[in-house]
Design a protein. Sequence first.
Length: 242
Amino acid sequence: MHVKVLDQQVVERAKARGLDALVYAPHFERLPTVREEAARYSDDDLLVVPGRELFTGTWQNRTHLLAVGLDDPVPDFIPLDEAVDEAARQDAALLAPHPTFLNVSVSREDLAEYADRIDAVETYNPKHWPHHNQRARKLAADLDLPSFTSSYAHLRSSVGEAWTEFDRALDSAAELVAALKDEAPRRIVRRSGWRHELRCAAEFAHLGWENSYEKIDRLFLSGTEPTHPDHIAYDDRFEGVY
């Protein structure tokens, strides 16, 4: 349901692991670019669905949402309520990845406030420690929200470590969005054993890189992100909302 990396090696690994689809949602890439990459790597054996993990709020206090089925680009760094409204306006599926994890996730209060607008909560994530997954499961149960899981793969080796299995074939992005929004029956599945634990540990360790030099490079060396609300691509639609 959520990978950050996409190339031929990822596609081959996904097929070898028996996956039918991937949701590709890299950081700081605009929707048209994500769509192009998704189409490039989709074939009869693997559907790659474009998604956007939206960074809402300020950089210091950001909240992530995973939107699947957007028609129009939505920037990062807009307020949480604006992002929720945009997803609803576009009838996209809106998911809560890694809830209450570190300082980058929806809080319990956020989930409660937007429970009628969020279509699923991630209840297993390889970057989580066991107590994080337990807490996420309790949140979903307390709020009566459907669950999902993903490899959340920032590393190729994580692809296929966890997946969401629906009770029906989903042959298009539109069918996946409909299944999420209609609360279609599903199973949360993950691998186990020492190899899985090692891959989970590698994903967690990757947080150090992701939130240190890589982010510093983006913030201070790379100029305005293509998903910043002020970027010319958004035609001033989000000017002043962050």
